[in-house]
Design a protein around this ligand. Structure first.
Ligand code: ADP
Ligand code: GLC
Length: 497
């Protein structure tokens, strides 16, 4: 069979638009596919924030009706340094505003409409182009309407009869749930507001609809794939996932090894490699100067880069550092998010100015310098589908201190359990003082120079590029194409009460 045409459809893609690791995943994965000789096509809303240097020519227009309104959508080609073809969808009134999903006061109130129009415009554009994609690879709730539409009103459309749709679940905590009153926005028959389809605790859920209808599902690490089936980490969707269990696989995300290379990154003041770690010490001193911390080579410097949300355990870090003055630590945090965490962090930074440096905001360059300059990465997420920061930290010889769940468990080997080939500190639980104990173990290793350097070298040698995972996705695509399309049972003809 000739190579399948692959469409990657997402709401964020690095380097064009990003709030978190979803963008890293889709951007670096598409780059990896290009390096394997494939040419995927990327589909992304044309947000106002996308830099003009990535914008190409207008390619055409399509018209979409949703929520009782008509939207004239303009499709632009994009200039993609990583080589994959890119289409940007300009949707006036819906995406020409700051922010991807919301602003500081909360999510945009019209998110259901925004992503409905985006998904419909993508499908219309593919139909209009007349050159079908065998694989439509969608990501998260924002694009879950694609499989839903393919199994409902587009089921017999010749533009899609050869297509298979894969939905990757990046985080079950974000489900795209909306009140019943908004259901008509989707343009689906009312009978699909049904417990076996989109209905979810009296609301409707786009993610649930995607899980029910996609030909196959993946999550972003093998451990997370098990966790969402068997624990509350399925966020109420364990049952619906269970019914698709045989089509659900966990594939660990990879990193872009060109973007994240301590030997070459243009964001770093000094470069280094596993064979020559001097540059790392110089990066640490430069980071301490940049952040206004005392330039103290003998103090362990912990780093954290994170969205400031409950998932990431920021409250646990605040408490652990506040209670650990005996460690003689420094802690540098870069992040933005919920006000309650920003307030707590500000308070600690004011209380301990010699020890705690805080940068609130989004800064891609600083995230590189912090990853390189820190000795350890503190990342005690309560749950973590994959996590990118620990993968970057490993590559930069910055040993992660993580909670042993999800992608953190699949990427970091505990040094106590594996003295010969450990790469970090894996906490079995987050209760009590386990995080403090993890920080203490790290500080203790820091004083043993040879052991520390050995662990750093091992961490840097661990391969978390896309080399293996991209192949796994390509194999999965092949398997999907070799199987008949998935046919979800139609909902009862009576709408649910
Ligand atoms: P999540 O997607 O849940 O936020 P990940 O670890 O998968 O978690 O990905 C986070 C990504 O966002 C990483 O690339 C990280 O470097 C980046 N990031 C998070 N916060 C910031 C920030 N304040 N400034 C720069 N980059 C950030
Ligand atoms: C989500 C998850 C994160 C993962 C990222 C990319 O944002 O929270 O763990 O790394 O998606 O898959």
């Amino acid at each position: 069979m000739s190579r399948p045409r692959i469409a990657l459809i997402a709401s964020e893609i690095e380097p064009f638009a990003k709030t978190g690791g979803l963008a890293d995943m889709v951007g670096s994965f598409s780059h990896a596919l290009v390096k394997l000789g494939r040419r995927p096509t990327l589909f992304l809303p044309k947000y106002t924030s996308i830099s003009a240097r990535y914008l190409g020519e207008a390619q055409g227009e399509t018209c979409v009706s949703a929520g009782g309104r008509r939207f004239a959508v303009k499709i632009f080609s994009g200039k993609n340094p990583a080589g994959a073809e890119l289409y940007l969808f300009e949707i006036p009134g819906l995406f020409d505003r700051p922010g991807l999903y919301g602003e500081s006061s909360g999510d945009f109130s019209d998110n259901c409409l925004r992503f409905t129009v985006f998904c419909r415009a993508v499908l219309e554009w593919i139909r209009f182009q007349g050159n079908p994609y065998e694989i439509l690879h969608c990501h998260d709730w924002q694009t879950a309407l694609i499989p839903i539409y393919l199994k409902t009103w587009l089921g017999q459309d010749p533009a899609f009869t050869q297509s298979r749709c894969l939905l990757t679940l990046h985080n079950m905590a974000y489900q795209g749930n909306f009140p019943r009153e908004e259901f008509p926005t989707l343009g689906l028959e009312d009978r699909y507001f049904h417990p076996d389809w989109l209905e979810f605790y009296q609301k409707f859920s786009l993610l649930k609809g995607g899980i029910v209808t996609a030909d196959a599902l993946t999550t972003v690490s093998p451990t997370y794939a098990r966790e969402i089936l068997d624990s509350e980490l399925g966020f109420g969707m364990q049952g619906v996932l269970e019914r698709r269990r045989d089509r659900l696989a966990g594939i660990l995300n990879g990193i872009d090894e060109e973007e994240w290379d301590p030997g070459r990154s243009p964001d770093l003041p000094f470069h280094y490699s596993a064979d020559s770690l001097h540059g790392k010490a110089a990066c640490k001193a430069a980071l301490q100067r940049e952040l206004g911390l005392p330039e103290a080579p003998k103090r362990p410097l912990f780093g954290t880069i994170s969205r400031l949300v409950d998932q990431k355990g920021i409250d646990l870090l605040l408490e652990a550092f506040e209670k650990s003055p005996e460690l003689d630590f420094q802690w540098a945090l870069l992040g933005q998010g919920e006000a309650r965490f920003e307030t707590g962090l500000r308070r600690l930074a004011e209380k301990m100015p010699e020890r705690v440096a805080l940068r609130l905001g989004y800064d891609a360059g600083l995230s590189q310098r912090l990853t390189a300059g820190a000795d350890f990465l503190a990342m005690p997420s309560r749950f973590e589908p994959c996590g990118y920061n620990q993968l970057y930290a490993l590559r930069y010889g910055t040993l992660p201190i993580v909670h042993g769940i999800g992608g953190l468990k699949d990427s970091v080997r505990d040094l106590k359990q594996h003295p010969e080939d450990g790469t970090g500190f894996v906490l079995e639980s987050l209760g009590g003082d386990t995080l403090r104990e993890g920080l203490r173990r790290a500080a203790e290793l820091f004083r043993r120079k040879d052991a520390l350097e050995g662990a750093r070298r091992r961490a840097m040698a661990a391969d978390f590029t896309w080399k293996y995972s991209a192949r796994q996705y390509l194999d999965l695509y092949e398997r999907m194409l070799g199987e008949p399309p998935w046919r979800p049972a139609p909902p009862d003809l009576q709408p649910s009460p």
